[in-house]
Design a protein around this ligand. Sequence first.
Ligand code: FES
Length: 177
Amino acid sequence: MKPTNQMKSNSATETMKRGEFLRSLGLSTGALMAFYCMGTGLTACSKSDSNDPTPTPTPTPAAGVTGNADTSKGAISFTVDLTNANYSKLKTSGQYAIIGSLIVAKAKSGSFIALSKTCTHEGFEVKYRAAQDDIYCDNHGSEYSLTGAVDVGPATKPLTQYKTSLSADGNTLTVTA
Ligand code: FES
């Protein structure tokens, strides 16, 4: 049904009456806004609803990882079973895996590296680039060395570096803080 002029007029009158009533209580503009927000749902008036990134929970590592690989759950200390199909690629130089909060790679030299996977610029996940033998964030192009130091910005702070050690048989990688 199309609203009649009478209905529109009634609605405008109601709106005016509500505002006038609130103002008659001596409320400031801010208080009035708060009142309206409460009536319409708080999120509708939130200042930060469009700019705050939603934190992504750290994924649980696939089978083959034992221990804590999540920096939000305390000190990093885990082992990776390199015979497990999920991580056996890490036996090959130039390969990497995201494990919990970390990026773990077998560099060109054959050494293992473990760094925070979170770009210090705006928090995107970094990757290992075999061709350059470095760590790269393709969001804005930051580049890090294999120790986590910034080579190219916009990032200014290094990635956190973790210790790695390989078992004598080459099948178990241990990563610690
Ligand atoms: S988030 Fe990594 S370079 Fe901006």
